[in-house]
Write a protein that binds this ligand. Structure first.
Ligand SMILES: Cc1cc2nc3c(=O)[nH]c(=O)nc-3n(C[C@H](O)[C@H](O)[C@H](O)COP(=O)(O)O)c2cc1C
Length: 171
């Protein structure tokens, strides 16, 4: 089974979570990890995992990415295409299992989540969303990830893998 993990990341934190998710999916999947700017193909994908930083309470827009790009530590070229535009351009995805995650600031009661928005869009495209949207915490805009988040991401991916496999094998 092919699993595509597509991520957007201005400062590298969401990419680190995406790599931990790739790790946690385990050996049952042929995993492709791709930056959204590469425009990875969705053909033959069985499982789509999408990850993005939370910007302005939701998925980034060109303006929020431009804001991020002005900060020190921003990756060159990261202000281009975001997950929002990638999903806007995606074909219908019936039959694909999906899950979405984001990174967001580690503050209690801070509303908004890119994962919730991505989850809704993927659901509208026909993905079977097997897990609720999940957020992984960063301690500031540029990071780093809060302690324990990469382990939590691996476990989250393990739960997703189990859900896909039990759906497929009916156990
Ligand atoms: C323009 C901008 C807006 C942001 N808005 C939010 C927000 O509404 N809520 C939040 O929790 N974090 C917000 N953040 C912090 C990002 O979530 C954080 O930079 C991101 O998780 C880091 O991931 P990355 O290194 O993959 O870009 C914002 C960051 C930027 C640059």
């Amino acid at each position: 089974m092919k699993a595509l993990i597509v991520y957007e990341s201005m400062f590298g934190n969401t990419e680190k979570v995406a790599r931990a998710v790739a790790d946690g999916l385990g050996d049952a999947f042929d995993v492709v990890l791709a930056d959204v700017s590469e425009g990875p193909s969705l053909s033959d994908v069985d499982v789509l995992v999408a990850g993005a930083p939370t910007h302005a309470f939701g998925m980034s827009r060109p303006g929020t990415r431009a804001d991020a790009a002005r900060q020190s530590g921003a990756r060159p070229g990261a202000a281009g295409v975001g997950l929002r535009e990638y999903l806007d351009d995606a074909p219908m995805l019936p039959g694909i299992a999906g899950a979405a995650f984001d990174t967001k600031i580690d503050k209690p009661f801070l509303p908004g989540s890119a994962a919730r928005r991505a989850h809704r869009r993927m659901h509208r495209l026909g993905c079977r969303m097997l897990l609720p949207p999940e957020s992984f915490r960063v301690s500031g805009t540029t990071g780093p990830l809060a302690a324990g988040e990469l382990d939590r991401a691996r476990r989250w991916a393990g739960t997703l893998a189990s859900a896909v496999l039990s759906e497929r094998h009916g156990v």
